[in-house]
Design a protein around this ligand. Structure first.
Ligand code: COA
Length: 167
């Protein structure tokens, strides 16, 4: 496994971050190709609450973003993990896991109550995420929309991500 270091993004990373995101989603059949743009729009709106990069040999090979979500139109200290992107050559080497673990640790330090994401249950269940019928992201298959509560309580309601996701 390569030696991976994780740190906050800095301004000079932005071009490389967009490149890594684009590469990561290039062959994903579920992607609409907008992930890099979504991150750029959230950055412009100061909505990237946590934005981390993973480096191997001083090169950025992965990125993860967390932003606020609302539940029934209210922010109640829940966040969305999206997107997480690993450059294809570096996938399946633990980079995604380290970014997710570190991101969740930092969310807890912000007194977050929980985190949601849309993704493959087979990957995210290892971090404790699971679908819950009370928490709904409209128009997606329910089993792919997963939540992780930091206080063992899952709220009821409709989740909305930052507007960049819907543009
Ligand atoms: C999905 C992704 C973030 C995982 O990160 P990674 O660094 O490649 O994965 P890790 O090394 O942490 O974990 C490897 C494990 O995840 C599994 N895995 C990787 N991608 C997976 C996927 N899309 N679905 C299910 N399992 C997956 C591997 O089979 C491996 O399983 P094992 O531990 O049982 O052997 C990364 O592969 C990626 O960027 N993919 C393209 C973009 C994407 O799909 N992003 C997520 C949607 S927001």
């Amino acid at each position: 496994m390569p030696e991976i270091s994780i740190r906050n993004e800095k301004e000079s990373d932005c071009t490389r971050i967009s490149e890594v995101i684009t590469l990561a989603f290039k062959d994903d059949p579920h992607s609409d190709g907008r992930e890099a743009e979504i991150v750029e729009l959230m950055r412009e709106d100061s909505a990237l609450i946590i934005s981390l990069v993973a480096e191997v040999d001083n090169k950025i090979v992965g990125h993860i973003a967390f932003s606020k979500v609302t539940i029934n139109d209210e922010f109640i200290d829940w966040y969305g993990l999206a997107p997480v992107s690993i450059a294809p050559k570096y996938q399946n080497q633990g980079v995604g896991s380290q970014l997710i673990e570190e991101g969740l640790k930092r969310l807890k330090k912000l007194n977050a109550k929980g985190c949601v994401l849309l993704g493959e249950p087979g990957y995210y269940q290892r971090f404790g995420f699971e679908a819950d019928e009370k928490l709904i992201l409209p128009d997606v298959p329910a089993e792919y929309f997963q939540a992780l509560s930091f206080n063992s309580s899952i709220p009821d309601g409709i989740v909305k991500y930052h507007q960049a996701f819907g543009e």
